[in-house]
Design a protein around this ligand. Structure first.
Ligand code: CIR
Length: 403
């Protein structure tokens, strides 16, 4: 099931509510146990509650920090948070109580501290662990709602730079780019994604980076993990900072490719649990090695393929929703590496954005391929991206799908 990325606000809320609930439940459980084991005298309630109040406050703070770090996502994370929070808070609480009493820091004070950890505060510590694993996790899950309704996918986009015309060119001759037309085409591209139910998230535009509209090259998303790339073209290296901030805000787990490794998102094609990565002009062996180290523990198999006749792997192959890899005539080095391969009639037709199980987005410049794909039973949405094609861009590189 696809899940909505966790926003920072939601994560803060979930951590705060889980921490407060666990703190109050621990406090209540401790007071009740002391009350019950001391002859159920009503008079004990207030002093016992006051005694544990500082520790409860500290527990809430420690659990909030642990929650922000993701402790309530797993039962063992919550157990660890309850253990460290419970023991840490009772130690700190007792230290504060000793300091406040004005007693000297001598052996008696240390004995009292130790005795409290394994004696008086033991109930508090056990209650913190139990409530963190049960109530803490339940509150976290409810707020994050990770296990509830499937979410709409998100499309990350970035408006064109006003210096778009200065973008890098490798395989094409430079031709005049109409900036106004490019802006209109980009708006129409985004509108097409929105009309298909995508939540649109904008990375702030960057005029100083002519190629920044090709946002796909700056980040690779695998499930809940966003891998910030290390662009192969030096002029594009500054594009990743704003992208990193945006995906961080979305709550994705961050990873990154570092120099001397280079990797462009346009070289990464995910088909099920296989990650094809193009070894070409923009992505080097070290970049592939780093990608493999990140993706393998996430359950993906990284397959490196040679790209010698085009800018990126995804300039020449992408995949239909059923996983069939479609490729441009004469530009794919070795079609045999793909499990199910179909050659399409036009180079621009080899790029599709998957809109859903039955629909794809394609460039208007590949009508024969659009007809072929429609004939396979898919709904084909077309957009005119001619100004971006002048800069070796295609439909895939103008957005990144999350979820
Ligand atoms: C570049 O050369 O980097 C840009 N002018 C085009 C990047 C296109 N990106 C892509 O296909 N993923």
């Amino acid at each position: 099931m696809q899940t909505r990325p966790i926003t920072l606000t939601r994560r803060l809320l979930a951590a705060a509510l889980a921490a407060v609930t666990v703190g109050l439940a621990t406090h209540a459980a401790t007071v009740v146990v002391f009350f019950a084991t001391n002859g159920a005298a009503a008079i004990n309630l207030i002093p016992v509650s006051n005694y544990f109040a500082p520790a409860t406050g500290l527990l809430i703070v420690l659990l909030f920090v642990a929650g922000l770090l993701g402790a309530f996502r797993t039962w063992w994370g919550a157990l660890l948070a309850g253990l460290i929070g419970g023991v840490g808070a009772s130690v700190l609480g007792t230290v504060i109580a000793i300091a406040a009493s004005g007693a000297p820091w001598d052996q008696t004070a240390l004995d009292y501290l130790l005795g409290s950890i394994v004696g008086t505060s033991l109930v508090f510590e056990l209650a913190a662990i139990l409530t963190a694993v049960t109530i803490g996790r339940a509150v976290w899950d409810r707020v994050i709602a990770r296990r509830s309704a499937p979410a709409a996918p998100t499309a990350l986009v970035r408006a064109p730079s006003t210096r778009l015309a200065e973008g890098e060119l490798t395989h094409l001759e430079r031709t005049a780019v109409d900036q106004e037309r490019a802006d209109e085409q980009w708006e129409a591209y985004v509108a097409a994604l929105a009309a298909e139910g995508f939540d649109i998230v904008d990375v702030p535009a960057a005029d100083e980076h002519p190629d920044s509209v090709f946002v796909e090259d700056a980040v690779v998303v695998l499930g809940d993990t966003a891998i910030i790339t290390s662009p192969g073209a030096e002029s594009r290296r500054g594009e990743t900072d704003a992208v990193r901030e945006t995906v961080r805000e979305l709550g994705l787990t961050l990873a990154q490719i570092d120099l001397p490794g280079t990797l462009d998102g346009g070289d990464v094609l995910v088909v099920g649990s296989t990650v094809y990565v193009g070894r070409g002009g923009r992505t080097n062996a070290d970049g592939i090695r780093q990608l493999r180290a990140i993706a393998t523990p996430l359950g993906y198999t990284v397959v490196a393929v040679k790209v010698s006749k085009a800018l990126h792997l995804k300039s020449v192959v992408t995949a239909l929703p059923d996983g069939t890899v479609i490729g441009a005539p004469k530009l794919v080095d070795n079609p045999a590496v793909f499990e199910r391969y179909l050659q399409v009639p036009e180079a621009a037709g080899s790029a599709v954005v998957v809109l859903g199980p039955d629909a794809v987005l394609m460039s208007a410049s590949a009508p024969k391929t659009a007809a072929l794909v429609a004939d396979l039973g898919y709904r084909v949405v077309t957009v005119d991206i001619s100004e971006f094609e002048k800069l070796e861009g295609c439909v895939t590189c103008l957005s990144v799908r999350i979820g």
